[in-house]
Design a protein around this ligand. Structure first.
Ligand code: HEC
Length: 155
């Protein structure tokens, strides 16, 4: 009787331990997919704005402002996807995040904040409809992407 109970209990403990691990792996995978999705949507809005700035697409004030608004909002969402231990070394999920993100977290956060600040400014400038100012501020915003990718993203 005791043996049966013991077997049952250890079986239960084992199941709990295993599902605990599975959950942790799922949570990590979810976090990676979350941040990659945020960046994909950022790009999906940033690229059409780049076309306008380069003169490859015509300028429409409303849609440009809408896209600037989205990027400003999305820039505040990416950080929560960077949970610890989701760097490329400890994951079987494909990620372009370098491990130094977690070693130099304050700098990573600052670079993320720079995008938030510059995209917020871009939104303000977009509302004026002044294309010269928009172009200048778009360039400033784009620099914040590059500055973070250069240091924290795999080539
Ligand atoms: C604070 C740092 C930081 C900033 C700012 C930043 N990125 Fe990234 N970006 C990353 C990191 C890190 C990854 C890799 C994420 C991963 O694969 O886990 C990434 C990945 C991406 C990806 C690929 C997503 C995928 O599906 O794998 C795109 C596209 C992208 N960024 C676009 C942009 C654009 C456009 C901007 C600026 C408007 C920007 N990023 C600003 C850090 C940043």
């Amino acid at each position: 009787m005791n043996r049966v109970a013991n077997t049952l209990i250890s079986g239960l403990l084992l199941t709990t331990a295993l599902s605990g691990t599975a959950w942790a792996d799922d949570a990590k995978k979810d976090a990676v997919e979350y941040r990659q999705s945020v960046y994909q949507v950022i790009k999906g809005n940033f690229a059409p704005m780049a076309q306008v700035v380069k003169g490859e697409a015509s300028y429409d004030a409303d849609s440009f402002t809408l896209r600037a608004e989205r990027v400003a909002a999305l820039s505040k969402m990416a950080l929560e996807g960077f949970i610890p231990e989701t760097d490329m070394l400890s994951m079987d999920v494909k990620t372009g995040a370098k491990p130094n993100i977690w070693e130099e977290w304050d700098d990573f956060k600052a670079k993320n904040a720079a995008l938030a600040t510059e995209s917020e400014k871009l939104l303000e400038v977009a509302k004026t409809g002044d294309l010269d100012k928009i172009k200048a501020q778009f360039a400033e915003t784009g620099k914040t992407c590059k500055s973070c990718h250069d240091k924290f993203r795999e080539k």
